[in-house]
Design a protein around this ligand. Structure first.
Ligand SMILES: Nc1nc2c(c(=O)[nH]1)N[C@H]1C(S)=C(S)[C@@H](COP(=O)(O)O)O[C@H]1N2
Ligand SMILES: [Mo]
Length: 230
């Protein structure tokens, strides 16, 4: 990198200033392509209907907690994107790092406030892989065979991230380490643990719980718990 590159964001240094990539990144920012219209909620609405607060962090999964040694771990981002990536552990950690404090809302009615996370914001991932105009949905696949799906605009929420740390420590295996998704405005089953692949798709495709009776969208404030409510 030359001195001239010093003011550019890290991933911009690799491409000429007026390449197709930088032009479309600028136009995304200008059009607010991924703005979901969500507003921050008043404190009185912080706890969604039908939820109760817990202080500990329950573990929920299909009973299989895969152990993925870091030197075997990969994250593949594929499908309808301009720049697919397949990162190993050090490549993933070399991406832009961010911190968020968010609440968890599980469909089984527990909520947990003020979780400190560290990882890669989904918006920063989108800047790198550049979804094609046809990409309206994502399908997440995990090392335990779990799948879950969501619309691109939900995946692109400003506080959604691929997290590797919780409360300043590496995410434990039982909670989805090395890396899990964290999408705080949807019920927590959408936050895939042991994340392995993110596929961008023109058409929606239901994941494991969505196929088994849970709601396709999963907004806790609308109590979108079961697919009978759709
Ligand atoms: N890979 C994978 N991710 C998963 C699950 C799973 O079984 N496998 N369970 C989901 C469900 S139903 C919930 S409530 C949360 C639980 O996350 P936690 O165990 O860290 O609380 O993970 C979600 N992500
Ligand atoms: Mo869950």
């Amino acid at each position: 990198m030359t001195d001239d590159d010093a003011s550019l964001p890290p991933d911009a240094a690799a491409v000429p200033a007026d390449s197709k990539l930088t032009r479309s990144k600028r136009s995304w920012a200008q059009s607010g392509k991924f703005l979901t219209g969500r507003v921050s909620r008043p404190e009185t609405e912080r706890l969604p209907p039908g939820q109760h607060l817990v202080r500990d962090w329950p573990v929920l999964d299909l009973g299989l907690q895969p152990e993925i040694p870091l030197d075997h771990w990969r994250l593949d981002v594929s499908g309808a994107v301009e720049h697919p990536v397949s990162w190993n552990w050090s490549e993933f950690l070399a991406q832009k790092q961010s911190r968020e404090v968010t609440d968890i809302h599980c469909v089984t009615t527990w909520s947990r406030y003020d979780n400190n996370w560290e990882g890669l914001l989904t918006r920063d991932l989108l800047d790198i892989v550049m979804p094609k105009p046809t990409a309206g949905f994502v399908l997440l696949r995990s090392y335990d065979g779990y799948t879950t799906n969501m619309a691109l605009e939900d995946f692109a929420a400003e506080d959604a991230m691929l997290v590797h740390s919780w409360e300043g420590r590496p995410l434990t295996r039982e909670h989805g380490g090395p890396v899990r998704l964290m999408v705080p405005h949807l019920y927590f089953w959408k936050s895939a643990k042991w994340l392995q692949q993110i596929e961008f798709r023109p058409a929606d495709r239901r994941g494991f719980w969505e196929e088994n009776g849970y709601h396709n969208h999963a907004d806790p404030w609308k109590e979108e718990r079961y697919s009978a409510d759709e």
